[in-house]
Design a protein around this ligand. Structure first.
Ligand SMILES: [Zn+2]
Length: 202
């Protein structure tokens, strides 16, 4: 299930087995969609505030851990790097990471018996990750609709984006869920990826 969030219309997803992916929708909105569900955890695709702002609220409300790249820490500690300084009164600054499971490299974990594969990415931010849950791949802002995410923000760059696209293209999944906008089938995603690998390789 996709919920359109409150900041820059970022997506929040609830997987079939009640994991929450990204945290840009206020708790009230989320609670309505999760009524009666046993939430297993919160996964964050990267550190920008439109994807992370309500993460601590979710974790506290449902008593679960937040899973994210180890590189997310500097983004959440520093409002300028997570861009929450773009909005008055919305500063996002997290100093206590005891609710977090910070992930190194690529691998797999179980959140309340739900198996999640994770892969470190980059290019949009240093903290980019994608998560594979069953046949669903959650890519955050690495791929958005028929394009790719911005590479001009803090920690973004072309070379890392190129490597990320190559990495994603090797994964098996059915549906790609982006950080903004509609889902893509693997076939559609492969076309976008091929186009941008060519574009970035020039
Ligand atoms: Zn972003």
């Amino acid at each position: 299930m996709r919920i359109v969030g409150d900041i820059y219309e970022s997506n929040v997803f609830i997987t079939d087995n009640a994991l929450i992916v990204d945290a840009g929708a206020n708790l009230e909105k989320l609670e309505k969609c999760l009524a009666g569900c046993k939430v297993g955890g919160v996964l964050l695709t990267h550190g920008h505030f439109d994807h992370t702002y309500f993460a601590m609220d979710y974790a506290q409300k449902y008593g679960v851990k937040i899973y994210a790249s180890v590189k997310i820490e500097e983004y959440l500690r520093e409002p300028k790097k997570n861009y929450s300084t773009d909005f008055d009164g919305m500063e996002l600054k997290i100093d206590d990471f005891s609710n977090f499971v910070l992930l190194h490299g690529d691998g797999e974990f179980s959140a309340q018996n739900v198996k999640v594969k994770y892969f470190q990415l980059g290019g949009h931010s240093k903290s980019d990750m994608c998560f594979l849950v069953g046949d669903d791949l959650y890519v955050g802002d690495t791929i958005i609709g028929r394009g790719i995410g911005r590479m001009d923000l803090y920690g973004g760059n072309k070379q890392d984006m190129l490597e990320s696209l190559k990495k994603i293209s090797a994964l098996s999944y059915k549906t790609m869920h982006s950080g903004h906008g509609e889902d893509l089938t693997k076939e559609m995603a492969d076309k976008v990826i091929a186009t941008y690998i060519r574009f970035l390789s020039r």
